[in-house]
Design a protein around this ligand. Structure first.
Ligand SMILES: [Ca+2]
Ligand SMILES: [Ca+2]
Length: 121
C-alpha cells in the first residue's frame, strides 16, 4: 500500500511539470491579445485565431504591405482606439461598415471572411 501511494505522488508531480511548460501563465489568449490604442482584427470569431493590430488603416489586405493573411479572413474585431474605423469588402471602399470607438464585435455576419480594406477615419 505504501508503495502504491508513492507512485501516485510521482505521477502527479510529473503532470504538473509538463503543464507548466506547455502553458505559460502570462500568455494572453483571445481578446486579451488586443492592446489598448489599436484596432484589432481576428481571423476567428470572438477574438480567436490569428490577430492583426492596426494603428492606421490598410487599403489592401491582400498585398504584403502590413499584416498578411487577413484578406477575406477576418471574423471578429475590437476597436480599442478613440477613433471611428471602417471595414470594406471591396478595394475602393464599397460595401463598408463603420465601427465606432470601443466597438467589439464577436462575429461580423455578412462581412465575416470578406473584408479586404480597413480604414481609420
Ligand atoms: Ca496591406
Ligand atoms: Ca476566418
Amino acid at each position: 500500500m505504501r508503495v502504491f501511494k508513492a507512485g501516485l505522488v510521482t505521477v502527479a508531480a510529473a503532470f504538473v511539470g509538463l503543464a507548466g511548460i506547455a502553458t505559460p501563465a502570462q500568455a494572453a489568449t483571445g481578446w486579451d491579445r488586443c492592446e489598448a490604442g489599436y484596432f484589432c482584427a481576428f481571423t476567428g470569431p470572438n477574438g480567436t485565431g490569428v490577430i492583426a493590430q492596426y494603428k492606421v488603416g490598410d487599403p489592401d489586405l491582400s498585398d504584403n504591405i502590413g499584416p498578411t493573411g487577413m484578406d477575406d479572413n477576418i471574423e471578429s474585431i475590437w476597436n480599442r482606439t478613440g477613433s471611428m474605423w471602417g471595414v470594406h469588402r471591396q478595394i475602393g471602399g464599397q460595401q463598408g461598415w463603420a465601427m465606432g470607438a470601443g466597438a467589439k464585435l464577436g462575429y461580423l455576419g455578412d462581412f465575416a471572411n470578406r473584408i479586404s480594406v480597413i480604414t481609420r477615419y
